[in-house]
Design a protein around this ligand. Structure first.
Ligand code: ADP
Length: 264
């Protein structure tokens, strides 16, 4: 690929109301679509999380733990379908801004083993990018060689894509200003860490908390561990607040913005 793409992850905590099942945050989705259109970054790949679409269903049917009984199969499918409908909302909003968004189901070209990506058939994705489309992927219920099925987080996908596509930049949009020294939602004395190295990440690991509500994929700690691989490969990686207007826009433009930058 001639130009290195930007990989933008939009957290489920941003594009949905995380504590209300199947409730999108339409205001945020619309505003982010407008910011992405205004930033005119190309090529770009977007990955979004599940928030209140994927997680509650995945939890009810215990999808993340893999196949245990027949009754889960409907839940597996329902989890995927919920994500398809959230993806449609994101794609439609991008199309409304005349961006050639193209929804692609990760479960159609990714296979995991114990929840970690094992097979990634990236040919269609790279071809879509080369053609000028904007692939829009999402955390998905996927088939798994070891446990039948698994939940694949948007974070793991975004980190893998950043590595595979040799991304120019990986932007993780979340609902807080970045990585704090403890969970800012429960600890009012939590302090934002604006820069940190890989080594410091491992030291912090035991202090960083999970997500607040029913997130089956690991919250901020899971997120930061996924970021280790792209950061180690020298890919510029930032965590920014996607609920605050223009933060994602500025990160897309490579401008200075409040957030957490992780370095090798
Ligand atoms: P998303 O769904 O957007 O991918 P998550 O909900 O999985 O994001 O993770 C973001 C959440 O992680 C924040 O809303 C915050 O409550 C929680 N969190 C826990 N520990 C921390 C921390 N040390 N710094 C920042 N956020 C944290």
């Amino acid at each position: 690929m001639k130009d290195r793409p930007v990989v933008l992850k939009l957290g489920g905590s941003v594009i949905t109301e995380k504590d209300r099942p199947l409730t999108p945050n339409l205001q945020a989705i619309g505003r982010l679509a407008e910011e992405i259109a205004r930033a005119k970054v190309s090529p770009i790949v977007i990955v979004h999380g599940g928030g209140s679409y994927g997680h509650p269903i995945a939890k009810t049917y215990r999808i993340a733990g893999g196949f245990k009984d027949q009754a889960q199969l409907v839940g597996f499918s329902k989890t995927h379908e919920a994500m398809v409908s959230l993806n449609r909302l994101v794609v439609e909003n991008l199309l409304d801004r005349r961006l050639p968004a193209f929804g692609m189901a990760p479960s159609s070209f990714i296979l995991t083993s114990k929840g970690r990506i094992q097979v990634f058939q990236g040919e269609l994705l790279t071809r879509a990018i080369k053609t000028g489309l904007i692939p829009v992927l999402y955390g998905d219920a996927v088939l798994d060689t070891d446990q039948g099925f698994a939940i694949l987080s948007g974070d793991q996908i975004a980190a893998l894509l950043a590595v595979k596509l040799k991304a120019e930049r990986l932007i993780m949009g979340v609902d807080v200003d970045g990585l704090y020294d403890s969970n800012p939602k429960t600890d009012s004395s939590a302090r934002l860490i604006s820069r940190l190295t890989l080594e410091e990440v491992s030291e912090l690991a035991n202090k960083i908390g999970g997500a607040e509500v029913s997130d089956v994929t690991g919250g901020m700690l899971g997120k930061v561990s996924e970021l280790m691989a792209p950061v180690a490969r020298g890919i510029e990686t930032v965590i920014v607040n996607a609920l605050k207007p223009d933060y994602v826009y500025r990160a897309l433009k490579g401008e200075k913005v409040v957030g957490t930058r992780i370095e090798a």
